[in-house]
Design a protein around this ligand. Structure first.
Ligand SMILES: [Zn+2]
Length: 508
């Protein structure tokens, strides 16, 4: 072989190897976001809408603080058409006797990530979640929404765009390929991107931490012209007050806490009390501003509280949650990129590295406990001041199983001092008003998205888990159907699992 041929064959070999590696890497990327997990056919649960009358109904009042008994609700074409105390029943309606049940509006999870896991749609419905707000949108999600609308079952979906951030050229390319970011570095790019999101059918633009000021301001003004909302993080380059009049919601309480921490100068082991006092003082000031500028906050409090638990005793957390319903692609993740969002011990980013000594662990525990406590302090103050608080979970980040995790979020909100009535409003009427989705309260003309509970959730917020039936845009899904949905997702997961998780199951 002469030297020329040698280099020719070497070149061809390297090129082929790169193509194969790219295909494998892309396939792995699809798998770790759940895209290779068996998909349940959503249309098997679809049913024709027929007129329904619910008798002996005890319904949550529009104010969300009490129940009204002895009601008769009629539902036609997915809407509540009448509400009365009359005992006369219209002919040709299917009748549901709701004696002894408590009826609340369908619940909202205002911070979810579907990634590549359409089975999640069934988990939401089976847990009484009739509306989700997807905060890292993908073109596939727009397609799923269309499919569900035509023939299928799933919650109503508000879909924000992919995350927009400002990165350098090389990092930007990598972030776009690996995590679906859209890299925008100036006003001109921002304007074009927001117009494209709007044409594609996205409802909002999702802001990420690294966005620069020029791009942020252009995103906000273009979105406002097009009637799109702006949602997401508090960018590192900006002050909280820069968001006023530009952004419609902040994705986590944590973002406000981090903004306070930047002002404070980063709390440490010796300054936790001082920091918590600062957070309390600033929360009172900021509450008035958030109210004035109508900036809503999503909670994701349980996730933050789980950091310490995942660090100290991950096995306990994995045993407590409904791990069998989590998409195994996501929970198993990939050991080649351990800093991702995998759940199991080998891939969980929150877990302490084994080599950490006692002192380092103690400092870490102290830090993350303060972190969570600060979020709870902010929540209580903002909520009491009447800031729009929306319940959200960051579903699919460890350990937030889609659907199930919203009920755990409620428990965290209660622990932070919110009343059951405040929590229910934050999961129904408050997000509904923000979403402008004609749902979120039980009154005439509103969407028939309802949940029938076996016990009173105002007495104990954990009663939201006792779901007898879900009514989704007028379709009645009873417990038997909801259980079938859950079983179908579990079976699909089990068929796709590469690691045995039976030692985490509830029977152990
Ligand atoms: Zn998120």
């Amino acid at each position: 072989m002469n030297i020329k041929n040698f280099f020719k064959y070497l070149g061809i070999t390297v090129l082929l190897a790169m193509i194969v590696l790219t295909i494998l890497a892309n396939r792995d990327l699809k798998r770790i976001y759940g895209g290779l997990t068996e998909q349940v056919n959503l249309s098997q649960f679809d049913i024709a809408i027929s007129p329904v009358v619910i008798t002996n109904a005890t319904i949550l009042a529009p104010e969300g603080d009490r129940f009204l008994s002895g009601q008769t609700i009629t539902i036609e074409n997915g809407l509540i058409t009448s509400l009365s105390s009359s005992e006369e029943l219209p002919a040709d309606y299917s009748v549901i006797d709701a004696q002894g049940k408590y009826i609340i509006p369908g619940l909202v999870d205002a911070h979810v990530h579907l990634f590549k896991s359409p089975n999640d749609l069934l988990l939401y419905v089976a847990n009484g979640v009739t509306q989700v707000r997807e905060l890292i949108g993908e073109d596939d999600h727009l397609l799923w929404r269309k499919k569900v609308h035509e023939n299928g079952i799933g919650p109503d979906m508000f879909i924000a765009s992919p995350r927009v951030g400002s990165f350098g050229f090389i990092q930007g390319k990598f972030m776009e390929w690996s995590q679906g970011y859209v890299n925008l570095t100036n006003a001109k790019q921002a304007e074009a991107a927001v117009k494209k999101f709007h044409e594609q059918g996205y409802d909002a633009v999702k802001i990420y931490s690294q966005i620069n000021r020029e791009t942020y301001e252009a995103v906000a003004s273009t979105a406002s012209e097009l009637g799109m909302k702006v949602v997401g993080h508090v960018p590192w380059e900006l002050e909280l007050s820069d968001l006023y009049g530009r952004q419609n919601s902040i994705g986590h309480l944590e973002e406000i806490m981090n903004a306070f921490n930047r002002e404070f100068g980063e709390f440490g082991y010796d300054s936790t009390d001082e920091f918590l006092n600062y957070v309390e003082k600033r929360s009172h000031e900021v509450a008035a501003e958030l109210l004035e500028h109508d900036l809503a906050i999503t909670t994701t409090l349980w996730l933050v509280e789980s950091f310490v638990e995942q660090k100290t005793d991950l096995d306990k957390v994995l045993k407590e949650i409904e791990l069998e319903y989590e998409n195994p692609g996501i929970s198993e993740w990939s050991t080649t990129s351990p800093r991702g969002i995998g759940w199991l011990p080998e891939v969980n980013r929150y877990k302490w590295p084994d080599e950490w000594d006692q002192e380092r662990r103690e400092k870490s525990r102290n830090y993350w406990e303060t972190y969570a406590k600060a979020c709870a302090v902010i929540l209580k103050i903002l909520s009491d001041k009447g800031v729009r608080i929306m319940t959200g979970t960051d579903a699919n980040l460890p350990p937030t199983v889609p659907g199930f995790s919203l009920h755990r979020e409620f428990a965290s909100l209660e622990k932070a001092g919110m009343s059951a009535a405040q929590i229910l409003r934050s999961a129904t009427s408050i997000p509904a008003a923000w979403l402008n989705n004609n749902a979120g309260e039980i009154s005439v003309g509103k969407k028939a998205n309802l949940v029938l509970l076996d016990q009173d959730p105002l007495l104990d917020i954990t009663h939201t888990k006792l779901i007898n039936s879900v009514i989704l845009n007028g379709r009645v899904l009873d417990r038997t159907v909801l259980d079938k949905m859950l079983a179908a997702v579990k079976e699909a997961n089990d068929n796709s699992r590469r690691q045995d998780i039976s030692h985490y199951s509830h029977s152990h």
